[in-house]
Design a protein around this ligand. Structure first.
Ligand code: MEZ
Length: 537
């Protein structure tokens, strides 16, 4: 057995019965506020600064995002030849994850010609990284209203209520659609959909495909896109700039072919931005649960054409990211495991928070335990606490962990750890951007021709998203954005392709005294440069 585990296994096993009998009450709102202010990373003043110019000028965000927003367009150093148009389509979808695939399918269904351009391969996205489930109110004891109330409370009442209303009400239809496409949601022996509870919710309303829900959803969405012959797909071609006409309407985009150093010019009547989140920016040096391409590309691209961001300063640090073994650092250990009864345990064998609090609360409590000396240090110097997964089998009978969490079991097995019998070490991992581009209920932005769906958008989740609401978000708003983009395409002609918006952007930049030293979007994480930067101090 591993020496780290050997040292602590005794205390974890010896305290299990006592811990199991302990009822930890949910914190009162006033105590939640205190805990967050003291320990949640969103409250670390030194990690934040005001954005220097643009639609969100003066608002606080993390240094990493501010730098992206204030960086220059790659087209300045190397302009694209806009007179040679490579593709002309009704709807250009940027991003090949769940939101992008849904938008493409719905736009096509509505009669639009569609091109999907994606940075990596179709399906490479945070959608496939979402494990525990999708929230939707479908059971008799539940309702969209109850779902709305839970999400509002979880988001600290900052959520845009118009967006949230649409999501909870469209939810059951979204599930019907996924079911009809072939998503294999877990069912009981009578064939009824099974539900479980997520953190911060008053009802069990998570539908799941074991512990690989997002992966199964993406499987069918991807197949559906591939089966739709008329949807064109370009892989390894991220967008590097949006194109606009003289009125500032979005009329297309320039893509970068990653295989050969070549620009691709697309003219479109509508553009749906669905490029996902920002985890690979490793905000505040956190490890991340995100996929390799999650570099927040939508944010600078939309910002440069004048779109405002909602909540640019709030991020989700998923409470249970793996920290040991080192090769797994940042990988998600699904919340479904806490929902199944696992305990969070400090080095003294004590539980210290109700495991079913909302994510930001659990995250802050774990950080507090480590900051106050009750954490465990890994051989690589990471601090964390134990997630006692074996207690699930102790309480429910041998084999439950294996049956419910085959994905987690396999990930740890590769490193010689059996989660049915061995607790694992965890610490918060950067998981989700709560904020993003401000949208209306059809994914429309304030910029004509530009729609945003999924994690790239902001407002729906307030300042803290609840588990499973992202998988619902991508389907509901992917659909709405795809349909609205197709409707617009029927009503407008193709526009001229230009970069006049960059002139306005540069004027604001100069007025703020900012001299850009880099370009955005980042496209790929800069791991190669990181050690040099650290060495330089
Ligand atoms: O919504 C999520 O982020 C999710 C389902 C994550 C998880 O813990 O499994």
């Amino acid at each position: 057995m591993d020496s780290l585990l050997e040292k602590y296994l005794g205390v974890i096993e010896a305290t299990r019965d006592k811990r199991g009998a302990q009822a930890i009450p949910l914190l009162r709102d006033a105590d939640v506020s205190k805990l967050l202010a003291a320990h949640h990373p969103d409250y670390r003043k030194e990690a934040y600064r005001p954005i220097a110019f643009g639609p969100n000028a003066g608002e606080q965000t993390v240094h990493e995002l501010a730098a992206l927003l204030e960086a220059d367009s790659p087209l300045v150093a190397k302009p694209a030849n806009l007179s040679r148009v490579d593709y002309e389509v009704d709807v250009l979808v940027l991003g090949g994850g769940g939101a992008g695939a849904t938008a493409a399918l719905k736009a096509r269904e509505a009669g639009a010609s569609v091109l999907v351009a994606t940075k990596l391969r179709l399906g490479d996205s945070n959608t496939v990284m979402a494990e525990g489930g999708i929230q939707v109110a479908i059971k008799e004891d539940d309702s969209p209203v109850q779902h709305f109330v839970d999400a509002m409370h979880g988001g600290h009442y900052e959520n845009d209520p118009r967006l949230l209303k649409v999501m909870v009400e469209d939810g059951p239809f979204a599930i019907n659609w996924l079911d009809s496409l072939g998503v294999l949601f877990d069912r009981d022996d009578d064939g009824n959909l099974k539900v479980k509870k997520g953190g911060g919710t008053s009802r069990a309303r998570l539908l799941a495909c074991k512990d690989y829900t997002g992966l199964d959803m993406m499987r069918v969405l991807k197949d559906s896109v591939l089966n739709e012959d008329s949807i064109r797909i370009i892989e390894f071609a991220p967008a590097i700039e949006l194109l606009t006409d003289a009125e500032g309407t979005v009329t297309g985009a320039v893509l970068q072919n990653l295989d050969v150093d070549q620009r691709i010019v697309v003219r479109a009547k509508s553009v749906v931005m669905a490029t996902g989140g920002i985890g690979r920016l490793h905000i505040q040096n956190f490890p991340t649960s995100n996929h390799f391409g999650a570099t927040g590309d939508a944010l600078p691209l939309c910002y440069r054409v004048g779109a405002r961001l909602a909540f640019p300063g709030t991020f989700q640090y998923h409470p249970t990211g793996a920290i040991y073994p080192e090769q797994m650092a940042g990988l998600l250990v699904t919340e479904a495991i806490r929902s199944g009864g696992a305990h969070l345990v400090n080095k003294n064998g004590e539980r210290f928070v109700n495991e079913m609090e909302a994510r930001d609360v659990v995250c802050a409590a774990i950080i507090r335990e480590c900051a106050e000396g009750r954490g465990v240090t890994t051989p690589f110097g990471r601090q964390g606490v134990w997630l006692d997964i074996p207690v699930i089998d102790v309480v429910n009978g041998t084999g439950v962990v294996k049956r419910r969490y085959p994905g987690m079991l396999r990930k740890y097995e590769r490193h010689g750890i059996n989660i049915s019998t061995q607790p694992v070490l965890i610490y918060p991992t950067l998981h989700y951007q709560n904020g993003g581009v401000a949208i209306g209920t059809d994914g429309q932005t304030a910029i004509a021709g530009l729609y945003v769906a999924g994690e790239a958008s902001g407002g729906l989740h307030g300042t803290n998203r609840l588990m499973g609401n992202s998988l619902l978000d991508i389907i509901v708003f992917g659909s709405r954005a795809g349909l609205a983009a197709a409707r617009r395409a029927k009503e407008v002609a193709f526009g001229e392709l230009g970069t006049k918006h960059l002139e306005a952007f540069h004027k604001q930049m100069a007025k703020a005294g900012v001299k850009p030293t880099r370009t955005s979007p980042l496209m790929l994480p800069d791991y190669v440069r990181r050690p040099e930067a650290e060495a330089a101090g």
